[in-house]
Ligand binder design. Structure first.
Ligand SMILES: O=P(O)(O)O[C@H]1O[C@H](CO)[C@@H](O)[C@H]1O
Ligand SMILES: [Mn+2]
Ligand SMILES: [Mn+2]
Length: 403
């Protein structure tokens, strides 16, 4: 028997998307965006020295083939990376018409998005009056705040005080197909916020808006405001059975770590383990020992994206990558014969790029357990087909195994 571990490091793109020019961040086309290469260049230039220093040190990922994957995807060299690959290595191209988390994950799980998402315009208000009215009615408030495109941390800094004074929820969106509601955990109430998001979600899903995201925060004007771990995404369900369903349908077990439960609306998932990325690493290490034969473990590490990419924090992003890389030996040491680990990403979020949005990019595909193997440029859906082939489970959809 074999086991598979599919690990998405959220937003860790490697440039080179052929359709990058059709996607925009802050009104600028994503052409040339390259999360990994630009972080590596900033590190080499001494421009990412906060809490770390020097060249980007991703020794373990690079030994699998990270530097080679960046060069394959984008033609760019990444300073400090480029060792001779010892693992499975390649890069994947997305076809779904969205550079968001559900699009990326569903396609990695074998199901490209078959529809055009609805995006809210960059005008004020960004949301139609009927949607605002229904939100007011469900929230029991006379108004809503924000109603615009925004960064989630900036908008609570700007409007947190007014939110405490009025009791009105803060609504915002981004270049993604999202409707986000921020509210204070005590003053507004965490349960009330979650119920509001859950109640309004079907209306947004009917409009082909991918997610309603509850964004609870705490704090005061004196101390400042901070978001908590109680974020919850109410996502449209995947349009067809995904890798998780294929594996579960074959009588195997599927363990999810982190946001995977939300992204797949828990479909095809037997067990979910959550927490901060540090917690998620402990779950992954534990599952290297606990995952049964024949099972799939599917993880998402979100903090690269949420704490550093959207915040355009280059040093923070480099620190997070170096932390993740340094943890990998704990995982590798627990591998058994027949195990396959694939590490990939769902989109880019170049912290050197304008704005605060995701960037359209190819993603690295790195594997441990099968020895050196160059798989070249593949499709996102090929990741699902390959995991299915490794587990000897029937696959569906357009993906082709690269194993
Ligand atoms: O700025 P914050 O609130 O982190 O929002 C980001 O998180 C959303 C979901 O990933 C993205 O669409 C982007 O808007
Ligand atoms: Mn993502
Ligand atoms: Mn994001």
């Amino acid at each position: 028997m074999t086991r598979a571990f599919l690990v998405v490091i959220d937003s860790v793109g490697c440039g080179g998307a052929p359709d990058a020019g059709a996607f925009f961040s802050d009104g600028m086309p994503d052409t040339g965006a390259n999360t990994l290469a630009h972080i590596a260049h900033a590190c080499a230039a001494g421009a990412a020295e906060n809490g770390r220093t020097g060249l980007l040190n991703l020794h373990n990922l690079d030994n699998l083939g990270l530097g080679a994957a960046i060069r394959l995807a984008s033609g760019e060299a990444a300073p400090g990376l480029g060792a001779a690959p010892q693992g499975l290595w390649g890069a994947a191209t997305e076809t779904s018409p969205g550079k968001d988390t559900p699009s990326g994950h569903w396609e990695l799980a074998g199901v490209p998005v078959p529809w055009d998402w609805h995006y809210f315009p960059r005008e004020l208000p960004a949301f139609p009056e009927a949607l605002l009215a229904e939100t007011r009615s469900l929230a029991g408030t006379d108004g809503t705040l924000g109603n615009c495109h925004a960064s989630g941390t900036e908008i609570i800094a700007q409007l947190g005080e007014e939110h405490l004074r009025t009791g009105w929820p803060i609504l915002y969106t981004s270049a993604d197909s999202v409707f986000q509601i921020a509210a204070h955990e005590q003053a507004f109430g965490l349960d009330r916020l979650l119920r509001l998001c859950e109640a309004i979600a079907p209306r947004l899903h009917a409009m082909r808006v991918g997610r309603v995201i509850a964004r609870p925060f705490v704090g005061s004007p004196e101390t400042g405001f901070a978001r908590t771990q109680n974020r919850h995404d109410y996502a449209i369900a995947p349009p067809a059975p995904t890798l998780c369903d294929w594996v579960q349908g074959a009588g195997r077990r599927v363990q999810a770590i982190g946001k995977i439960g939300d992204i797949f609306s828990m479909r095809g998932i037997d067990e979910l383990r959550k927490g901060s990325d540090a917690d998620l690493m402990e779950h992954w290490v534990a599952l290297m020992d606990e995952a049964p034969e024949g099972s799939l473990t599917f993880a998402n590490f979100v903090e690269f994206d949420s704490l550093y990419g959207h915040r355009r924090d280059v040093a923070g992003y480099a620190r997070a990558l170096e932390w993740f890389d340094a943890q990998l030996p704990r995982v590798f040491d627990r591998m058994r014969p027949g195990d396959l680990i694939l590490i990939t990403a769902d989109h880019g979020n170049d912290p050197t790029w304008p704005g605060t949005d995701h960037t359209r990019e190819r993603v690295p595909v790195l594997g441990a357990g099968l020895g050196p193997r160059a798989v070249g440029l593949v499709a996102f859906a090929d990741v699902a087909a390959s995991i299915a082939a490794h587990l000897d489970v029937p696959a569906q959809g357009p993906g082709r195994s690269f194993l």
